[in-house]
Design a protein around this ligand. Structure first.
Ligand code: GLN
Length: 242
């Protein structure tokens, strides 16, 4: 029987926008298929075993939440996450968690260190927050099949991808990484960062399945009756003007 082992990083702190809902979607979609599911959390000072989990999740947070965990994450979890990423484990960072996957998140007077797992840097601007419904076009399997992820974004940080980074997708509606580049998120194999929450996986059940399949080493998942989920996706797309 397949078994999906998920580890949420700082689940009590980095959970600003429906991050628990994202985890529930993973759990439920596994349950419906008879896939065993284990959720563990790793908080302050806790080391993680890269082999003990298939999918690592880090959710959103306010600047002060990110500040609480950035240095700890670097010190106690960075090396394990780098090993996990190189081994093809799934690492999903949403919004504040996405920003911390990069080199740094620069605030007005100081810089929060990031994990440096992807080539990007974020800086906070005092200008308007980038808020609203967002839709992006992605080609996750790299075979030209374009799909839409729809969600909600709310961030002050502007993220600039470095030359070694690939975006997750192209903005169809909304702001994305910086409101100007037309790119959203980052993708390095199974390391994925995105500003989409609000919440991401209930609105994009197909993406939850993609993550589950990738985390289980590329297994084929049986289809589910997704009438409700498809309606949620359609509604999120409509909200984003698609
Ligand atoms: N604090 C970060 C920002 O404002 C991330 C916000 C979030 O996770 N929603 O850019």
């Amino acid at each position: 029987m397949p078994h999906l082992r998920v580890c949420a990083l700082y689940p009590d702190v980095m959970n600003i926008y429906a991050d628990r809902g994202n985890l529930l979607v993973l759990r439920q979609r596994c349950a419906w298929r008879g896939i065993d599911f284990t959720l563990s959390g790793a908080g302050f000072g806790e080391a993680i075993d890269p082999d003990a989990h298939d999918l690592f999740y880090i959710g959103g947070g306010q600047d002060r939440d990110q500040e609480l965990c950035a240095a700890d994450m670097l010190e106690t979890k960075r090396d394990a996450l780098a090993i996990a990423a190189d081994a093809g484990k799934v690492l999903l960072g949403v919004c504040g968690g996405y920003q911390l996957l990069g080199h740094a998140y620069a605030l007005a007077d100081r810089e929060l260190p990031g994990l440096g797992l992807v080539d990007l840097r974020t800086h906070r601007v005092e200008g308007p927050r980038l808020i609203g419904n967002v839709a992006i076009e992605v080609d996750l399997d790299g075979d030209g099949t374009k799909r839409v992820l729809a969600g909600f974004e709310n961030h002050a940080g502007r993220t600039a991808l470095g030359p070694a980074a690939q975006p997750l997708g192209r903005v169809l509606h909304g702001h994305g990484n910086d409101g100007a580049s037309g790119f959203e998120g980052v993708r390095r194999d199974n390391v994925i960062g995105t500003y989409l929450h609000g919440p991401l996986l209930p609105k994009n059940a197909w993406f939850a399945d993609w993550l589950i399949a990738a985390a289980l080493g590329g297994v084929e998942l049986n289809e589910l009756d997704d009438a409700f989920e498809d309606a949620a996706h359609a509604s999120a797309r409509r909200a984003a003007g698609m």
